[in-house]
Design a protein around this ligand. Structure first.
Ligand SMILES: Nc1ncnc2c1ncn2[C@@H]1O[C@H](COP(=O)(O)OP(=O)(O)OP(=O)(O)O)[C@@H](O)[C@H]1O
Ligand SMILES: [Mg+2]
Length: 392
C-alpha cells in the first residue's frame, strides 16, 4: 500500500513535469470520463512528451483515433485552439488510477474546454442500434450491465457493503440475439471508455495453456467481461465429465479482484438444466435472460427496420405470419435472399425467398448429403459475427 502522501506527491510530480514540458501555465487536472471519447475524436493529436525521461509507446492500431499511443508518458492535444495534455502513468494496477491517468489544461481554458466537450459529445457518433428485444428484457439487460456500472450505482453498492460484481447469463436457441446483445452492450461500454474483454473458447484455451486465465477474465477499471458461447465451462459436470476445466474456470471467476466494478456476461445455447449447479449460485450468475425465437410483434419490428424499398414491396402482415417459428437470424436471412433475388431478377419475391430458405435449412440440416444446393452458393444462416477481439 502506498500512503496518501506518496500517492499525492506522485500525482503532483506528474502534473508539474507535464505542465512544465508542455508550457501549460496554472494547470487544472480533469478526468474527462464520458467526455473522453467525443473530446479525443475532435481534438488534434500533437507531440508526445516523456515524463522524467519515461515514454513507453503502445501500438494499438484498432484504437488509433482516440488512444494516446502510450502506456507511460503524456501526449499533447489541441481542441479548437485549447491545448491540453493526456497523462498516462498508472504504474500500479492495485491502486486506483485517477491520480495517474488524467488530462491537464490551463485554468484560463478550463470552462471553455467544458463547453467544447459538451458540443463534441452532441456531435459524436449516435448510439449503436440495439437488437430487437422486448422492452422489459432490454431494460433488465441494461440495468444489469451499463446501469449497474454507473458510477453512482457502484458508489452506493460499496457504501452498503455490497459486492460490485455481477453475472448475467443470456441463453436461448441459435440466432436469437445473444451475441448481438453482447455486441450492443460492448459498444456502449466502448462509448463510455469503460473496459471490456471478450473470452471465447479459443482465447480461453490459449490462456489456459499459458496460465494467464485471471488476466483474461479481469478488468482493471469498470468493465464487462463477455464469455461468448463458453459452453465447455458452463455445462453440467456430470454430463460432460470435464471437471478439471470447470474447476479452473470457476476458481478464476471467483478469484477476480474487483477494483471498481465488473459484470460477467455469459452466452450459451444449452438449456438451464444442463448448466452446472455451481454456476447458478449468486455471485456467479445473478440473472438469466432468455433469448427465444421472436414473437409476431418482434418479427414485425425487425421487418420494419428493413430498407423502405423492401418494406414497401412486402405484405407485412403476410410476412409476419409466414415467419412464425423462425429465429431472428433466419428472418434476416430472408432479407438477404430477397436482395439476392432482386439483384438477379429485379423483383421482390417473398414466396421465392421463403421457399429458398426452407430448401437451405433442409440442406444444411441433412449432414449425410454429399452435395448441397444452397441458393446462391453456401449460405450459413447462423454465421457468427464475432465481436472484435479484446480491447480497452
Ligand atoms: N434480436 C435481434 N434483433 C435484430 N437482429 C437479430 C436479433 N437476433 C439475431 N439477429 C440477427 O441474427 C444474426 C445472428 O444473431 P446472434 O449472433 O446474435 O445469435 P446468437 O443468439 O448469438 O446465436 P448462437 O447461439 O448461434 O451464438 C445477427 O447478426 C443479426 O443479424
Ligand atoms: Mg452467439
Amino acid at each position: 500500500m502506498r500512503s496518501l502522501q506518496t500517492y499525492s506527491a506522485d500525482h503532483r510530480f506528474l502534473v508539474e513535469q507535464v505542465s512544465q514540458a508542455a508550457g501549460l501555465v496554472d494547470p487544472v487536472v480533469v478526468d474527462l470520463d464520458e467526455f473522453y471519447e467525443p473530446v479525443l475524436r475532435h481534438a488534434k493529436k500533437k507531440a508526445l512528451i516523456p515524463i522524467d525521461g519515461v515514454l513507453v509507446r503502445d501500438w494499438d492500431p484498432d484504437n488509433r483515433r482516440i488512444y494516446p499511443g502510450i502506456q507511460l508518458g503524456s501526449r499533447l492535444y489541441d481542441l479548437d485552439g485549447i491545448r491540453f495534455a493526456r497523462v498516462r502513468f498508472a504504474y500500479d494496477n492495485h491502486q486506483n488510477g485517477w491520480g495517474f491517468d488524467f488530462i491537464v489544461v490551463e485554468r484560463k481554458n478550463y470552462s471553455r474546454l467544458y463547453k467544447v466537450a459538451l458540443t463534441s459529445r452532441r456531435d459524436s457518433e449516435p448510439p449503436s442500434q440495439a437488437p430487437v428485444m422486448k422492452k422489459d428484457q432490454m431494460d433488465l439487460l441494461w440495468q444489469n450491465t451499463i446501469g449497474y456500472l454507473d458510477r453512482s450505482n457502484l458508489r452506493r453498492i460499496k457504501e452498503y457493503g455490497g459486492r460490485a460484481k455481477r453475472g448475467v447469463l443470456l441463453m436461448g436457441p441459435p440466432g436469437n440475439g445473444k451475441t448481438s446483445a453482447c455486441r450492443y452492450i460492448w459498444q456502449e461500454c466502448r462509448r463510455r471508455r469503460w473496459e471490456w474483454r471478450l473470452v471465447t473458447p479459443d482465447s480461453y484455451r490459449q490462456a489456459r495453456s499459458s496460465d494467464s486465465i485471471e488476466e483474461l477474465f479481469s478488468v482493471d477499471r469498470r468493465g464487462i467481461v463477455f464469455f461468448d458461447d463458453m459452453d465447455i465451462a458452463l455445462r453440467d459436470r456430470d454430463t460432460v465429465h470435464e471437471t478439471e476445466d470447470q474447476a479452473v474456470f470457476l476458481s478464476a471467476l471467483d478469484g477476480i479482484s474487483v477494483n471498481e466494478g465488473v459484470v460477467f456476461v455469459f452466452t450459451t445455447n444449452c438449456s438451464l438444466d444442463l448448466i452446472d449447479r455451481a454456476f447458478k449460485r449468486p455471485g456467479r450468475i445473478d440473472l438469466v435472460l432468455h433469448f427465444d425465437a421472436p414473437t409476431a410483434e418482434l418479427r414485425r419490428e425487425l421487418l420494419e427496420r428493413w430498407h423502405p424499398d423492401i418494406r414497401n414491396a412486402l405484405d407485412i402482415n403476410k410476412a409476419v405470419s409466414s415467419t412464425d417459428g423462425l429465429s431472428f437470424a433466419e428472418v434476416e436471412e430472408l432479407k438477404n435472399l430477397l436482395i439476392m433475388h432482386f439483384m438477379d431478377k429485379n423483383e421482390w419475391n417473398w414466396d421465392w425467398a421463403i421457399r429458398q430458405l426452407d430448401i437451405n435449412r433442409h440442406d444444411l440440416a441433412s449432414t449425410n448429403k454429399r452435395k448441397r444446393h444452397v441458393g446462391f452458393g453456401a449460405i450459413d444462416a447462423h454465421s457468427k459475427e464475432e465481436i472484435p477481439f479484446n480491447g480497452h
